[in-house]
Ligand binder design. Structure first.
Ligand code: PGA
Length: 249
């Protein structure tokens, strides 16, 4: 059985006060939740959140990282630094990184490699744009995005990673893929991995992301190949986030 995982991607939001309130709210309601709960704050909030969640069972993730280990890389944050602050997960290949910051498949692959090198578990994001969906190339786009990391690190590396299917047209738009649409792609992803290694495919968690909210989470997570969610907007309200965390049972 794959443990459901719900990860909050706070993106570039919050202040010291609001982050403290948010994490206090999540902590208050998280006991008894069966899902693995992960929060991914901005870098500057990581030390404070790390202290606040100590002993709560909540896991810490970062939203990005540098592919290099140390040195003259102004403005960057290394995997070692993240590890030093108790970070376990790192989002790699988010569509906002790809579209706004020019991260190519090649860049996502070197970051994936760097995350693994530092003992961080990548939450590797894949997904098609609306244009790609309407052109009927969704599966080939996702296969190409996956091949970047499979060629770099091999299928066995997925034992230490999580995938997130995030249709770009559903991110932050309020438009969610229907459970059937999402399940179809999740099954495609799992089958592709199973073609390389059945054991890895069976154990691999594939999260759905894209306007998951308290109203639609249960039905999405009930799909056989959807193992949780990567939550943007709805992760900024403790009550909404906790409802999603409980949606998997
Ligand atoms: P959203 O974002 O839930 O606001 O659509 C999801 C994500 O970008 O990870």
């Amino acid at each position: 059985m794959r443990q459901v995982m719900v990860a909050g991607n706070w993106k570039m939001n919050g202040s010291r006060d609001s982050v403290r309130q948010l994490i206090d709210g999540i902590k208050t309601g998280v006991s008894g939740v069966k899902a693995e709960v992960v929060v991914c704050p901005s870098y500057v909030f990581i030390p404070g959140v790390a202290d606040a969640i100590a002993g709560s069972g909540i896991q810490l993730g970062a939203q990005n990282m540098c592919d290099q280990d140390a040195g003259a890389f102004t403005g960057e944050v290394s995997g070692a630094m993240l590890k030093d602050f108790g970070v376990n997960y790192v989002i790699v290949g988010h569509s906002e990184r790809r579209s706004l910051y020019g991260e190519t498949d090649g860049v996502t692959a070197v970051k994936y490699t760097a995350a693994l090198r530092h003992g961080l578990k990548p939450i590797f994001c894949i997904g098609e744009t609306l244009e790609e969906r309407e052109s009927g190339i969704t599966e080939s786009v996702i296969a190409r995005q996956l091949d970047a990391i499979l060629e770099a690190e091999g299928v066995a590396s997925l034992a230490n990673a999580v995938l997130a299917y995030e249709p770009v047209w559903a991110i932050g738009t309020g438009k969610t893929a229907t459970p059937a649409q999402a399940q179809e792609i999740h099954a495609f992803i799992r089958n592709k991995i199973a073609g390389l290694d059945v054991g890895i495919a069976v154990g691999l968690r594939i999260l759905y992301g894209g306007s998951m909210n308290p109203g639609n989470a249960a039905e999405l997570i009930a799909q056989p190949d959807i193992d949780g969610g990567l939550i943007g907007g709805a992760s900024l309200k403790a009550d909404d986030f906790l409802t999603i965390c409980k949606a998997g049972g």
